[in-house]
Design a protein around this ligand. Structure first.
Ligand SMILES: Nc1nc2c(c(=O)[nH]1)N[C@H]1C(S)=C(S)[C@@H](COP(=O)(O)OP(=O)(O)OC[C@H]3O[C@@H](n4cnc5c(=O)[nH]c(N)nc54)[C@H](O)[C@@H]3O)O[C@H]1N2
Ligand SMILES: Nc1nc2c(c(=O)[nH]1)N[C@H]1C(S)=C(S)[C@@H](COP(=O)(O)OP(=O)(O)OC[C@H]3O[C@@H](n4cnc5c(=O)[nH]c(N)nc54)[C@H](O)[C@@H]3O)O[C@H]1N2
Ligand SMILES: [Mo]
Length: 762
């Protein structure tokens, strides 16, 4: 059986087996036992991601029409069992522990207490959370909000809540009077929303699930499907088997991109046969992607020069002429950049980049997939825009089997934006809302995540509502933010399990427990379904059937409606109670606001394979400034936004295979061969030697930001790992105290968590 071992050749820690396979089965079994989930949980897993089933609460990967018998992966199963745990975090727990005491606990131990069971109010006298009645909670929260200027409040959303809940949440903010609606997307694919909008006219990807069966070349930049979207490994395996080129660019050699054994295939499982995935694997330097892609473009222009001599073209000249703008300046920039510069910034030899270029030139249908490796950089916008440039050169957008695909994170993060959660007023049909509900919506831009943090530090915000998530652990600048947090007047957190954000509270604080997506949501008209949108803009119904973790839970939709009703003056056109009695009526309201996406929403809710909401760029209609797809010039050849200096490293903050964002399921990062601990500092053996360190030594990291603020994390154990020179790897969220709030993508303000300047302190 595959095990984590030290690599005999260079002593680095790595994993010997494929992704999937028996390791993933063992992973599921272990969590099943740990959460003491009832045998009925298996029945729930069998309904996961299927028509009339429920849609996984883990990632936003597609739920295909021709599904597998078990359309779930190791990490989807972990997420489901995490929700279905038999453990409960009851009022007795809070009676036994003060909030100050709990603040000293590890994230893992907090969530290990299990599901929250009662609405709770913070009692300053005893420093404890005490149970309260739902109506009292709503009344006091409403009264507090009514006392504030609406712009002094922030309504955060974490990307899981359904389309129905999200629509109500956004509407509530606007009826109340602000656009301060940051969401987890602001820390994630906001870079994509901004860059794709600017260059292609749509803020989402152009690829659909069926393209995966047609593409003959997949470019993979900074996304780790083995851990973060494991069901992606099935179409990837199929593509590999049909001989498609799979070109990976990642500083880390991620197992899922190297080889895969399909746990759903008895033959592969018994024979332990693994399919190799990547046909080329390039360990680019963190922040080196702009240079790599520019190098590939350079190769494309050179190949076009040669082809022209033979009367052929490599560029899609007709497409460029009819559909794009700005080629000339881009071409001049590419031709004017020397290979030596490209090699230095990318950390890759010219020959490797040319090999990738040759595969791209040969392919008929190319798709590009990417994740946090591109978006969480200071020049993240340029990373994404460069990928667009590359695809435009050969007309790889708006054809079957082609396109660009940001692989989204949270299961409904893209959908939340679709139905109005967002701080940018221009992206919400405010006139429509005004007419539909008879009010004057706020028109000023609201706060995104970084701006909300700045406003909290500057004491300009007095109330924070969190619809899920773990804001204080997910954001940068943790130390200063936690200090500022206690100055808030009101904090309200809607959650399923206890986390650190609940323990740093405002003067008036509520912790409101909600139903999970697997659970039956029974309202006046009967059990309610909800809906979510996946990474390919496809929308699915989702029906929870499990008995709720506690009879005191409310649905997220009902909690939002409860707070809204208590805050706002009555408006007969905004029937909160009627909406909650029957979510079909919320879907009707959504269809009225967004007819272009949600026409006949209720009829299409259970369409097999979901329904596609369409994408203009896919049809080659470009809603950009020029009316065409835009070539753009990167501001810099390096994406990290700081210069190299002696002793300064580029830190990548990583997700393990045993976590979902700030939720730590366990201490095993099986696919990277790291077991039993998360306090590791990954660096390559030569780098360890150059720094005068030894494997196993304990060190800490300090931030190397220019603002002079001391930021530190550790202790960490130096662990040899195959990474490029000059870079370090360590886990998110433990490293977040090291990230300055100002260290973010310039255009979108997405925190630059994949290229953090740090120093090592021995
Ligand atoms: N099991 C599980 N599933 C998840 C999540 C989870 O935490 N656990 N989180 C969900 C969420 S919200 C999201 S956004 C997604 C995140 O999914 P991903 O987008 O895959 O995010 P990460 O794992 O943070 O990082 C992705 C990859 O970027 C690489 N990388 C780092 N720096 C660079 C660089 O400069 N260039 C390149 N080319 N690559 C780089 C890293 O080595 C890593 O392999 O997953 C979702 N699914
Ligand atoms: N350094 C660094 N920082 C990062 C990242 C990184 O790669 N590196 N990644 C960023 C990214 S991509 C993201 S998306 C953010 C994630 O930021 P968030 O979305 O804010 O964080 P999560 O960890 O997903 O939130 C977990 C909590 O959600 C609650 N929860 C779970 N299920 C439900 C539910 O059904 N309803 C409700 N109401 N609550 C629920 C539970 O209480 C749980 O503790 O972090 C960002 N921060
Ligand atoms: Mo994310």
């Amino acid at each position: 059986m595959a095990e984590a071992t030290a690599n005999p050749e260079d002593d680095t820690v790595h994993y010997d087996g494929p992704a999937g396979g028996w390791g993933s089965v063992r992973g599921i079994t272990r969590i099943f036992g740990k959460e003491a989930a009832s045998p009925l949980a298996m029945e729930t897993l069998a309904r996961q991601n299927k028509p009339h089933g429920f849609m996984c609460v883990s990632c936003s990967w597609a739920k295909p029409a021709d599904y597998h018998p078990f359309e779930f992966c190791e990490n989807g199963a972990k997420a489901t069992l995490w929700e279905l745990t038999s453990k409960r975090c009851r009022p007795e727990f809070f009676a036994a522990h003060t909030v100050t005491e709990l603040r000293g606990w590890r994230d893992y131990d907090l969530e290990e207490q299990g599901r929250l069971t009662h609405p709770l109010r913070y009692d300053p006298a005893s420093d404890r959370y005490l149970p309260c009645a739902w109506e009292d909670a709503f009344r006091e929260i409403g009264a507090e909000l009514r006392r504030l200027d609406p712009w002094e409040s922030v309504f955060y959303a974490s990307g899981r809540a359904s389309l129905e809940t999200s629509y109500l949440y956004g509407l509530f903010a606007r009826l109340y009077g602000h656009n301060n609606l940051p969401d987890s997307s602001n820390m994630c694919h906001e870079t994509s929303s901004v860059a794709l909008k600017k260059t292609l006219g749509v803020g989402v990807g152009t690829v659909v699930y069926d393209d995966l069966a047609k593409t003959d070349c997949l470019l993979f930049f900074g996304q780790n499907p083995g851990t973060n979207s494991p069901r992606f490994l099935h179409p990837l395996q199929e593509a590999a088997k049909r001989g498609a080129e799979i070109l990976v660019f990642n500083p880390v050699r991620e197992t899922g991109l190297e080889s895969f054994t399909n746990p759903q295939s008895p033959l592969e499982m018994v024979t332990r046969k693994a399919t190799p995935i990547a046909t080329q694997y390039h360990q680019v330097r963190p922040g080196g992607d702009i240079a790599v892609i520019l190098g590939i473009c350079k190769h494309v222009f050179a190949a076009d020069d040669l082809a022209k001599e033979e009367g052929r073209r490599v560029l899609d000249a007709a497409f460029i002429e009819a559909h794009t703008h700005g080629l000339e300046a881009f071409e001049a920039r590419v031709r004017g950049t020397a290979w030596a510069e490209i090699e230095r910034e990318s950390g890759l030899p010219r020959s490797a980049i040319e090999a990738a270029g040759a595969a791209y030139v040969k392919a008929e249908r190319v798709t590009a997939f990417y994740g946090m490796g591109l978006t969480q950089q200071v020049h993240g916008f340029d990373n994404v825009a460069m990928l667009v440039n590359l695809l435009l050169l050969r007309g790889m957008i708006g054809r079957d089997g082609c396109g660009i695909s940001p692989v989204r994170g949270h299961s409904n993060v893209q959908g939340q934006r679709t139905v109005g959660i967002g701080e940018k007023p221009e992206e919400v049909p405010l006139d429509k809302l005004a007419a539909q509900y008879g009010f004057e919506p706020p028109r000023k831009k609201g706060l995104n995540t970084v701006e909300a943090c700045q406003a909290i530090l500057g004491k300009r915000v007095k109330a924070f509502l969190g619809l899920g998530g773990n804001f204080l652990r997910a954001i940068p600048e943790q130390v200063a933010m936690e200090l500022a947090w206690t100055d808030l007047r009101l904090t309200v957190q809607v959650a399923t399990k206890l986390n650190r954000s609940h323990l740093v509270n405002g003067a008036v604080a509520y912790l409101l427990p909600c139903l999970g997506r697997t659970e039956e949501d029974r309202q006046q008209s009967g059990p309610q379904a909800v809906s979510v949108e996946d990474t390919f803009s496809t929308i699915y119904g989702s029906l929870g059937k499990r008995t709720p973790a506690s009879e005191h839970l409310m649905s997220e939709a009902a909690i939002v409606a409860g707070i809204a009703r208590a805050t706002l003056d009555p408006n007969p056109r905004v029937p909160w109670d009627t909406w909650i009695a029957d979510y079909g009526l919320i879907r009707q309201a959504i269809a009225e606001t967004y007819p272009e996406f949600f026409e006949r929403f209720n009829d299409r809710l259970w369409q097999k394979g979901g329904f596609y909401r369409g994408n203009k760029a896919r049809e080659r209609i470009w809603e950009t400034e020029s009316g065409k797809a835009e070539f753009s010039l990167p501001a810099s050849l390096s994406a990290v936004g700081f210069a190299d200096a002696p002793g300064r490293y580029r830190l990548i903050t990583l997700r393990s295979n045993d976590q979902f964002n700030t939720t730590i399921y366990g201490f095993s990062d099986r696919l990277r061969g790291i077991e039993g601990r998360r306090d590791v500092l990954l660096m390559n053996p030569d780098e360890i030697a150059r720094a005068g360190l030894e494997a196993g030594q304990s060190v800490s990291l300090t931030a190397d930001a220019e603002d002079g603020i001391a930021r530190e994390a550790g202790p960490l154990v130096v662990t040899p790992f195959a990474l490029p020179d000059g870079c370090l790897g360590a886990y998110y969220p433990e490293m977040n105290p090291l990230i300055a709030l100002s260290h973010h993508d310039i255009q979108s303000k997405t925190p630059a968590a994949k290229g953090v300047p740090v120093r090592i302190r021995a």
